[in-house]
Design a protein around this ligand. Structure first.
Ligand SMILES: [Zn+2]
Length: 249
């Protein structure tokens, strides 16, 4: 650990591009879910860590599976990441359900980090706890820093596929993973942005360049509080009473 610096965390959204990962019975693709959650996770971790995504769009990182996986590990090594978090959805027979988190082998930092993330996810989502497991996965074996692989739920299970595709659930999962990481690092995530001060409408998480704010939906349009979006861009709002105008600057 480099003291006095923010931890560097690589977030690896599984699959991408020509590799959809697992595809659920309703056609939801693992690669889309992992990317959405990875971006939200980066937003949640921003206050406590430096983050880097191995991909931030729908693309493969190599010409075949092997070079793709190699590129993910290399990205973490080159950047000298302190931790590596790979995000996936599980697939098996339709009846299989729940959350599991993988580390390479027992007894190390990877296992402890996996336990913290698993705990966070199970508590937040209420999905069955399949526990922390160990596997000889390439991205776990080849990374020199503690590495975990999160299987957020079974995309092959119709009920869990419905959750995995849902933006609100994705946000909950990302926050839960971030909470697990923060607990592991002995840090606290800042309190969430207060919900929009209007009730009775559905809310939606809005990711503004990695900062998460809450919007409300009124007649198919998303509204956000001007202070929230301005501060997400690093701006301030000011009410000018003489002109009766709001400035964002
Ligand atoms: Zn996967």
């Amino acid at each position: 650990m480099r003291r006095g610096f923010k931890m560097r965390i690589v977030i690896d959204p599984g699959h991408g591009g020509r590799d959809p990962g697992a595809v659920g019975p309703a056609g939801i693709r693992e690669k889309d879910v992992t990317l959405a959650v990875a971006k939200l996770l980066a937003g949640y971790l921003k206050p406590i860590a430096e983050t880097k995504l191995t991909r931030d769009s729908d693309r493969a990182l190599g010409s075949d599976v092997n070079s793709d996986l190699r590129a993910r590990v290399e990205a973490a090594e080159t950047w000298r990441a302190d931790y590596f978090i790979s995000i996936h959805c599980n697939a098996a027979a339709a009846g299989a359900r729940g959350v599991e988190t993988y580390a390479y082998k027992p007894g190390g930092e990877g296992e402890r980090l996996a336990r913290a993330i698993q705990k966070g996810l199970v508590e937040a989502t209420g999905l069955p706890n399949r526990g922390v497991k160990f596997a000889n996965y390439y991205v776990l074996r080849k990374t020199s820093m503690p590495a975990v692989l999160v299987e957020m739920g079974f995309i092959s299970n119709p009920q869990e596929e419905k959750l995995l595709r849902d933006a609100t659930w994705q946000d909950k999962a990302a926050k839960a993973i971030a909470t697990g990481i923060a607990n592991y690092l002995g840090k606290k995530l800042p309190a969430p942005t207060p919900a929009a001060p209007v009730t009775g409408y559905p809310t939606v998480p809005v990711n503004v360049h990695g900062k998460l704010i809450t919007g409300i939906i009124i007649e198919n349009r998303t509204f956000v509080w001007i202070n929230d979006i301005a501060s997400a861009y690093g701006d301030k709002t000011r009410w000018e009473p003489k002109e009766r105008k709001v400035y964002v600057e």
